[in-house]
Design a protein around this ligand. Structure first.
Ligand code: NAG
Ligand code: NAG
Ligand code: NAG
Ligand code: NAG
Ligand code: NAG
Ligand code: NAG
Ligand code: NAG
Ligand code: NAG
Ligand code: NAG
Ligand code: NAG
Ligand code: NAG
Ligand code: NAG
Length: 839
């Protein structure tokens, strides 16, 4: 009663401001939950989040979901450059605008003020454009309209329901998903109508138009999901459900977040899922990249991706479009072939919408035996689909055949001759480690033009003069910029490099050392013969000033166990970092790729690497002025100098590339377990996340094996689980040691290393030691208690149980209240805990 009074008071006083109050007014979330205003329509404000017959919303007015108000329904525009409006549902409380459902995805509105969402007298919920034409409708044929209402439920489900019985749903948006499958929603097949629900990707991140990739339950009736390209070509399957996991997704056993349920009866087959912890914010969707994706919301970080399939982006059918080539190691998967440009460069280069493909930027001359054309070799490729095979017996004949055919775009020869006449589709560049690729010869126009007419030459000469003029201007402006850069000298001891200088030093970026989430690394030599490693940063979300500021912060961090930044390059949109070159490469190559090194790392060296890495991290976390959480500790990021002294690489880069951090995690997502549980659970990330990753890495250093599912019968499953058990029981510690060392290790050191590793991978971050403590333990200064087996690992071992992560009344880690912004400037947790590893 009192509430009602307050309600009326507020609603009458706020009447004037109704329009502003609606939409995304985050400062007043409480009010927007309670009241919804219909000032345009009926000049009254109504309570709760319902719409009755004859009522409508328009412009900035929104409906907020019942209950906690987690979702909001209204008109929106998807991205900064879009002029189109859509009716949709999004998360109302997240700092990042994330639509989860769109009504009129293929029929955009040009204006939101004159568009309406209205419940008609015939019982249909419709979207009307400015001329009152129905552009979207629930299409119901028979309802008694006066007894229905529209409501937005707190799971993000928009429903049309019986006023007198709120569980009697007449229509619901969960039955008509766009690209999202939200918790409690269903995704299945109606066996009566043979209609299946599909998640269909957006066209690109700024355009909800029906895209090319979809996910649906097997139309033939089995319990497996398929992803399709253009509704017809399957490119991935989950495998069938065995009541616990999908057979092709065994990793689901470690999924303590979702509770999947399969229902199959005469009417329908469907899956539904719920969250074990209902306060977690989690979504499952078909991404514009054609990958099904699960993300959880992590405060201060944003959406964190922890599951996606297919895990290889290049396994998505036709992902790069015609004449595009896919490279799963690169930071952007798709590129146009040599001599081709994107058909629409905005879509291809900035929106990750590669479906338009590429087109030749100069048409090839087409005469038989065309002397102006040649071939460019592409090595280690997965060949395009739709090859034609020719019955010719030599590589030369194959080449000639392609050259002589105007429509031939490429050929390959492996004993048989293959040529491609139409579009080149599904072309994949394999990485250095992958085998099974072949050479593909791509037809290009050779540099020597065969122009003979004098007119052409004259044109070329005058063109050259203009070009020369341009070049001079360019060189001059660039000079000037470099000079200015020098004179400022903001970066202290960091050297600014010009692009040209690095281009020369790296022989035009010809010797690639590696590729990571942040970009590629190339070897180079400076004029004074110093050998350097140049990291070309992918993605340039940052302005010059901010970049320089961040670089100078990183440049200030110096420690014998951290890789030293020598300089940087910021030239136009190009951003590069210059480091000392590490002759012994990264730790993973020593541990897992025997063939690359003559000697297996002995125990003494391994222990020094463990200790040095810990010291470097302790410095990052605790000692330097702007403390940094690394966030991506793994053997690939530990480099070894000439003396095999470890140097931690890649710290502080997340802010530099200015990208969403979850994107930067691409290299580790889903594959191996360096990720601390808090990454998935949506709680704040502290330095203890690095401690977890360090612990996992330490196990790999000890055992010389990857922490993955093992076929070894002795181990029976996940290696860290087995190791943790042995360490906990303090038995057979020697069996954890890399067998290549044949037992040659200092037992006291081995014991310490094993214990500390197991302490580092505890579930709760307060139970893990700090990196400073790890150093002390490894140095033998302090002793350490036997560690408990982390129970997420224990559960992982029991393959066929539902795993409930939250069953214990776990006290909240105190570190959770600490601020952590994008893995920088957060103190490591100094909290003490009941289970302190120190004896
Ligand atoms: C829109 O612009 C803002 C600020 O410039 C930016 O933070 C945001 O990411 C942009 N949104 C999209 C979808 O590009
Ligand atoms: C309603 O029917 C129209 C025309 O048949 C169709 O285009 C539209 O997709 C339908 N809407 C829904 C929500 O099913
Ligand atoms: C619904 O209510 C309106 C007015 O309140 C009335 O005109 C209409 O006939 C009713 N329709 C039905 C099906 O009862
Ligand atoms: C709504 O529920 C009432 C009572 O349960 C029922 O009599 C009525 O037929 C229902 N209306 C519709 C449209 O289903
Ligand atoms: C309300 O609707 C549900 C679902 O249609 C139905 O099972 C239930 O019997 C209805 N309750 C009443 C009181 O009609
Ligand atoms: C639905 O599809 C299945 C298999 O594709 C087929 O056997 C069945 O006859 C279809 N049913 C209807 C109603 O179309
Ligand atoms: C998708 O399939 C439809 C026919 O189902 C076809 O008309 C269309 O061209 C296809 N799209 C592409 C990009 O090939
Ligand atoms: C999982 O969901 C099903 C159906 O929604 C429910 O019956 C079951 O109790 C849930 N399991 C757990 C462990 O919460
Ligand atoms: C064609 O594209 C390539 C690569 O983008 C570029 O280097 C070349 O200058 C282009 N040629 C023309 C004529 O545009
Ligand atoms: C390129 O794509 C963008 C976004 O989809 C679109 O707005 C633009 O019109 C396209 N450009 C051309 C030349 O087609
Ligand atoms: C082109 O034709 C000439 C003579 O007709 C022949 O000698 C030459 O080998 C041909 N070149 C190619 C690349 O086929
Ligand atoms: C559920 O998640 C929320 C937010 O991430 C967290 O605060 C809460 O402690 C979790 N509940 C349990 C039982 O772990």
């Amino acid at each position: 009663m009192l509430l009602n009074l307050i309600f009326f008071f507020l609603s009458s006083t706020l009447l004037v401001d109704c329009a502003q109050m609606g939409a995304r007014n985050r400062a007043w979330p409480f009010l927007s939950v309670l009241f919804l205003c219909f000032s345009l329509n009926s000049r009254i404000c109504i309570g709760a989040s319902n719409l009755f017959v004859g009522q409508s919303i328009s412009g900035d007015q929104t409906i907020v979901s019942e209950g906690n108000g987690n979702f909001e329904l209204g008109f929106f525009t998807p991205g900064n450059n879009s002029q189109n409006y859509y009716l949709g549902i999004w998360y109302s409380k997240l700092s990042q605008f994330t639509p989860v459902w769109v009504a009129n995805r293929d029929k955009p509105l040009s204006d939101k003020k004159s568009s309406q969402l209205k419940l008609l007298e015939d019982g249909n919920l419709v979207v009307l454009d400015s001329s009152n034409t129905i552009i979207w409708s629930t299409n119901l044929t028979s309802t008694s309209s006066n007894s229905t209402e529209v409501a937005l439920l707190d799971f993000g489900n928009l429903v049309l329901r019986n006023i007198s019985n709120s569980s009697d749903l007449i229509w619901q948006s969960f039955d008509h998903p766009t690209d999202h499958w939200l918790p409690t929603g269903k995704l299945g097949l109606n066996k009566v109508t043979n209609v299946s629900q599909r998640l269909i990707s957006w066209k690109n991140s700024e355009d909800p138009t029906t895209g090319l990739f979809s996910l649906e339950l097997d139309p033939a009736g089995s319990s497996q999901y398929f992803t399709y390209w253009n509704g017809s070509v399957p490119y991935w399957t989950s495998g069938t459900w065995n009541n616990h996991i999908f057979s092709a997704v065994p990793q689901m056993t470690s999924n303590y977040i979702y509770n999947f349920t399969y229902v199959s009866n005469d009417q329908e087959n469907y899956f539904t899922y719920s969250l074990y912890n209902s306060s977690l914010i989690s979504r499952f969707f078909m991404d514009v990249t054609g990958q099904i994706t699960q993300q959880t919301w992590v405060e201060d970080v944003g959406w964190n991706m922890f599951f996606f399939r297919p895990s290889d982006p290049c396994a998505v059918y036709e992902i790069c479009g015609a004449f595009g080539v896919c490279n799963s190691q690169a930071s952007t998967s798709c590129q146009c072939l040599q001599g081709y440009n994107p058909r629409n460069s905005t879509e291809y280069l900035t929106l990750n919408d590669w479906s338009g493909g590429c087109v030749r930027n100069t048409t090839l001359q087409c005469v038989n035996n065309a002397s102006g054309n040649g071939f460019s070799t592409m090595s280690n490729m997965n060949l395009p689909i739709n090859a034609q095979s020719l019955a010719v017996g030599s590589v030369q004949a194959c080449k000639t055949a392609c050259l002589n055919s105007c429509s031939c775009n490429a050929y390959a020869y492996n004993g048989s001759c293959f040529v491609w006449e139409g579009d080149l589709l599904n072309l994949v560049q394999l990485s250095n480690g992958q085998t099974g690729g072949q050479d593909l010869y791509l037809k290009v126009s050779t540099p020597e033009t065969s122009g003979s007419a004098t007119g052409a030459i004259a044109g070329a000469v005058s063109g050259a003069v203009v070009l020369l003029g341009l070049l001079i201007v360019l060189v001059w402006t660039r000079r000037r910029r470099i000079l200015i850069g020098h004179s400022k000298g903001v970066e202290g001891h960091l050297a600014p490099f010009s692009y040209k200088k690095l281009q020369i030093a790296t022989k035009n970026f010809s010797e690639k050392l590696g590729e990571g989430g942040f970009g590629s690394v190339f070897k180079g030599t400076l004029p004074d013969l110093t050998v350097i490693a140049v990291k070309k940063l992918g993605g340039f979300g940052q302005g010059e000033k901010q970049f320089r500021a961040e670089v100078s912060t990183i440049g200030m961090i110096q420690h014998v166990n951290l890789i030293r930044l020598r300089g940087f390059c910021s030239d136009g949109t190009r951003r590069m970092l210059v480091y000392d070159f590490m002759p012994n490469g990264s730790l993973d190559s020593h541990l897992f790729h025997e063939e690359e090194h003559s000697k297996v790392l002995d125990w003494k060296t391994r222990y020094q690497i463990a200790l040095g890495t810990a010291r470097g991290l302790a410095y990052l976390h605790e000692k330097c002025r702007d403390c940094i959480i690394h966030c991506d500790i793994k053997p690939e990021n530990i480099l070894l100098d000439a003396e095999l002294c470890p140097k931690v690489a890649d710290f502080g880069l997340a802010k530099l590339v200015g990208r969403e951090f979850s994107q930067v995690l691409t290299t580790m997502r889903g594959t191996r377990g360096y990720l601390a549980p808090e990454w998935i659970l949506g709680v704040a990330i502290t330095a203890k996340a690095d401690v977890y990753s360090y612990g996992m890495m330490l196990l790999e250093l000890i055992s010389g094996r990857r922490n993955c599912q093992s076929d070894d019968e002795k181990i029976g499953g996940f290696f860290p689980t087995w190791a943790a058990r042995k360490i906990n029981e303090d038995v057979e510690i020697l069996s954890l040691l890399d067998h290549r060392l044949e037992g040659n290790a200092d037992l006291a050191e081995l014991n310490r290393a094993c214990k500390v590793a197991c302490w580092c991978i505890q579930d709760e971050d307060v139970d893990r030691p700090s990196m400073g403590q790890v150093v002390q333990i490894l140095e033998g200064i302090v002793d350490v208690k036997p560690p408990p087996i982390p129970w997420s690992l224990q559960n992982l071992a029991q393959n066929h149980e539902h795993i409930v992560f939250f069953s214990e009344s776990s006290s909240k880690p105190s570190s959770q209240t600490q601020s952590s912004t994008l893995c920088t400037s957060s103190q490591s947790s100094s909290s003490t805990s009941s289970t302190n590893p120190m004896a």
